[in-house]
Design a protein around this ligand. Structure first.
Ligand code: 6PG
Length: 247
C-alpha cells in the first residue's frame, strides 16, 4: 500500500475540516474537467461531522450543488427513514440543509430485498457509466474503516474480487450490532475512482489501520487492502488515536 498517503490530525474535528476541504477542492476540479462531480458517501459515525460541515460556510457556497451527484459506497438494508440507514443519516445531517436537487441523490433502495436492492443500484450506476465501463469513475469515494478491517460492506472473508462486471453485491455481515443485510459497491468500482478518501478516527481502529497500511498483503482478511485505485489516489485522513502505531 505504498501509494496511499496518510495524514494525521489532532482530533476528529481537524480531520473533518480537512475532509470538507477535499470535497470542495475535488468538486471544483471535477466540474472544471468533466462538468459534474460524482461522490460516493460512507455510512457509520465518522463522517457525521463532515456532513454537518458541508452545510455551512464556506463549503455551502463552494459545493456546486446543481452538478454534484450523490451516491453511497454501501447501505444497510433498512428503509430510508430507519435510524440505521446510511442515506437517512446523510439526509438528516446534510441534504435537509443544502440546495442539492432531489434528482441528484441516488440512494440504494434499502427497503427492497437485498439482491433486488443491489440490482437496482447497479442499474442506477449504469446511467452514469463512463465509456467502456458499467459504472462511473467516481470523482470522490469516502470510506470508513472498521476495527475488523472492513470498509464499505467489504468484510473479512468475502471474495476479494467478485468479477469484472459486478458493480454491486448483497452481503450479510455482523458488526457492532448494526443491520446485517447490506449492499456494497465492489472493489473494482472503488478502484476506478479518481480519488478515495478514508476517514479513520478512534483508538479502536489503530490496529486495523496499521495492518491495512503496513501489514502483509492479505486482502481476504483485510478488505481495506482491496482498495488501491488503478489511476486514482487514495488518502487516509486519520486522527491521533487511530494513528497511534504511526510516528
Ligand atoms: C456502514 C459503513 C461502514 C463504516 C465502518 C466505520 O454502513 O456501516 O459504511 O463501512 O464506514 O464500519 O464505521 P464508523 O465510522 O462508525 O466507525
Amino acid at each position: 500500500m505504498k501509494s496511499a498517503s496518510l495524514q494525521i490530525f489532532d482530533d476528529p474535528d481537524a480531520l473533518s475540516r480537512s475532509a470538507a476541504g477535499y470535497v470542495a477542492r475535488l468538486a471544483e476540479q471535477a466540474v472544471s474537467q468533466r462538468g459534474r462531480f460524482l461522490v460516493a458517501l460512507a455510512g457509520g459515525s465518522t463522517p457525521r461531522r463532515l456532513y454537518r460541515l458541508l452545510t455551512g460556510h464556506p463549503f455551502l457556497e463552494r459545493i456546486p450543488w446543481q452538478v454534484t451527484h450523490w451516491f453511497w459506497g454501501d447501505e444497510r438494508c433498512v428503509p430510508p427513514d430507519d435510524p440505521e440507514s446510511n442515506y437517512g443519516q446523510a439526509r438528516a445531517l446534510l441534504f435537509d440543509h443544502v440546495p442539492a436537487p432531489e434528482t441528484n441523490i441516488h440512494r440504494v433502495r434499502g427497503e427492497l430485498d437485498p439482491p433486488q436492492a443491489a440490482a437496482d443500484y447497479a442499474h442506477t450506476l449504469r446511467r452514469f457509466a463512463d465509456p467502456g465501463l458499467p459504472w462511473p469513475r467516481f470523482d470522490l469515494v469516502l470510506l470508513g474503516l472498521g476495527a475488523d478491517g472492513h470498509t464499505a460492506s467489504l468484510f473479512p472473508g468475502s471474495p476479494p474480487d467478485p468479477g469484472p462486471d459486478t458493480a454491486t453485491l448483497a452481503v450479510t455481515a455482523t458488526y457492532a450490532g448494526r443491520p446485517a443485510h447490506r449492499v456494497t459497491l465492489t472493489p473494482r468500482v472503488f478502484n476506478d475512482a479518481h480519488h478515495v478518501l478514508f476517514l479513520v478516527s478512534r483508538a479502536e481502529k489503530a490496529a486495523a489501520l496499521a495492518t491495512t497500511l503496513d501489514g502483509p498483503r492479505d486482502p481476504l482478511r483485510r478488505p481495506a487492502q482491496r482498495i488501491h485505485p488503478s489511476h486514482g489516489q487514495v488518502t487516509y485522513l486519520v486522527d491521533r488515536s487511530a494513528a497511534r502505531f504511526f510516528s
